[in-house]
Design a protein around this ligand. Structure first.
Ligand code: ADE
Length: 433
């Protein structure tokens, strides 16, 4: 993820951006941050970035020219950033908005100062965000709040995928109490259940504590939280007050998969386009129907290959095959042939009203960014995802670049050359089975 920050006080940001988890994420390249001094874009010799308000009144207003010149320079160097202006008049910031912004690959954050910013910059801004109903001297600290909270949601940034999932607010509840050594401190002992080693009992205890804490401290949150049937039963059985707790509706699974025939590598690491196979079309369509994949995309740029795939599908959808085997007709209903990865990203972004998280596996990359368990949980919570399967010797580097996170490679000991349709079936079972 990339952040570009526009400020007149770049030094103010130095220390928070160069410590702890953010420093580590920047070193790992999960995170790129660049600060830009708006003053460098001022037009006059005093590098003036503010002026008195028309109509009179207190304080100074940030001038539009240096700010917009700085913004244009950022867009020119790295196009496509989503421009966020930090202002007390913006959308209220919370964990949900953090998760929404974390899905964008590039944010350009404008830190305002003084009494405000010339209103004519508004048309250059995509989003306005406030970190609370109070006024700070500028947008730099709010920008740090955004970067910090978004960074910890990026795949692979926190040591364990589950760290962010267990945060306060991540599921609309406050976090349960935490303990570490010593077991007894000033006469207070750690609750027995936490040393029992019984993970089921620990999870239940933590949920009950979260519910109780939220009920006392933030009853407003509890009204919006939702619980599964199992959770409500467990809470009730343990004597937790479940009055007013809402039952969670089953989320629609928003998972697409794509079988990529181009660009992939061959065994000599050359970039090639591979051929469509009848077996992959059929078997992955059947696995997709079995597990509830929304669309199975088949990606090939070659017109003759597209025709071949469509002819096979037509045979089973409306030709003789449809009457002969209606189940196969049902499986092929969710298959779509597209010409490129760009078309694929366009189609899924349009369908889900936002870009899904793009996942892949790679035999070459042995370290995973997200566990199957974690992805399963996020799918169940309604997140949009797309899993890419490379044919040949796997996705070419230019396709890998667009992947947001890798799942663990499949395999046991040694030999791990699975057919792509086997890998697809196994992964679908792990994520949705
Ligand atoms: N700039 C000044 N106060 C702010 C706030 N509360 N949120 C975002 N930006 C600000």
């Amino acid at each position: 993820m990339r952040f570009d920050l526009l400020t007149i006080f770049p030094q103010l940001l130095d220390s928070p951006l160069n410590e702890g988890i953010i420093k580590r994420a920047r070193a790992s390249e999960a995170l790129q941050i660049e600060t830009h001094n708006i003053r460098d874009f001022a037009l006059d010799k005093h590098a003036c970035t503010d002026d008195r308000p028309f109509g009179g009144g207190e304080g100074m207003v940030m001038k539009p020219e240096p700010l917009i010149a700085a913004l244009q320079a950022v867009h020119k160097k790295t196009p496509g950033g989503h421009v966020v202006f930090m202002t007390p008049q913006g959308r209220p910031y919370n964990q949900k908005l953090a998760a929404e912004l974390a899905r964008r690959p590039h944010l350009v954050i404008i830190c305002g100062r003084y009494e405000g910013v010339d209103a004519r910059v508004e048309e250059y801004i995509d989003d306005e965000v406030s970190i609370g109903d109070y006024v700070l001297t500028g947008g730099e600290l709010p920008a740090m709040v955004l970067i910090d909270s978004i960074t910890r949601l990026l795949p692979g940034v926190l040591g364990c995928d589950d760290s962010a999932a267990g945060d306060s607010f991540s599921r609309g509840l406050l976090k349960h109490p935490q303990y570490t050594r010593p077991r007894v401190f000033a006469g207070q002992t750690v609750p027995e259940v936490l040393i029992s080693g019984d993970h089921g009992a620990i999870a239940k205890w933590r949920l009950a504590q979260s519910v109780n804490r939220t009920r006392v401290r933030r009853p407003d949150l509890l009204e919006k939280a939702a619980f599964s049937e199992d959770e409500l039963r467990g809470l009730k059985a343990d004597g937790t007050d479940t009055k007013g707790l809402r039952h969670r509706q089953k989320q629609k699974i928003r998972l697409d998969i794509a079988l990529v025939h181009y660009p992939v590598s061959n065994k000599n690491n050359e970039i090639i386009g591979s051929a469509i196979t009848n077996l992959d079309l059929h078997d992955i369509a059947r696995a997709s129907a079995t597990y509830g994949v929304d669309t199975y995309y088949v990606i090939t740029p070659y017109a003759d290959q597209q025709t071949l795939a469509r002819e096979i599908m037509a045979h089973w959808q409306s030709g003789h095959g449809a009457a002969y085997n209606p189940d196969r007709q049902e499986a092929f209903r969710r298959v779509e042939v597209l010409g490129s990865l760009a078309e694929l990203y366009g189609a899924v972004t349009k369908k889900w009203h936002g870009r899904p998280l793009v996942l892949a596996t790679s035999a070459a990359k042995q370290t995973a960014d997200l566990s199957y368990h974690k992805v399963r949980q996020r799918l169940a919570a309604g997140e949009r995802m797309l899993v890419l399967f490379g044919t040949g010797w796997g996705l070419a580097p230019e396709a890998v670049e667009q992947v947001d996170a890798f799942l663990p490679p499949l395999g046991g000991e040694g030999y791990n050359h699975l057919a792509v349709r086997s890998a697809a079936a196994i992964i679908l079972d792990r994520l949705l089975g």
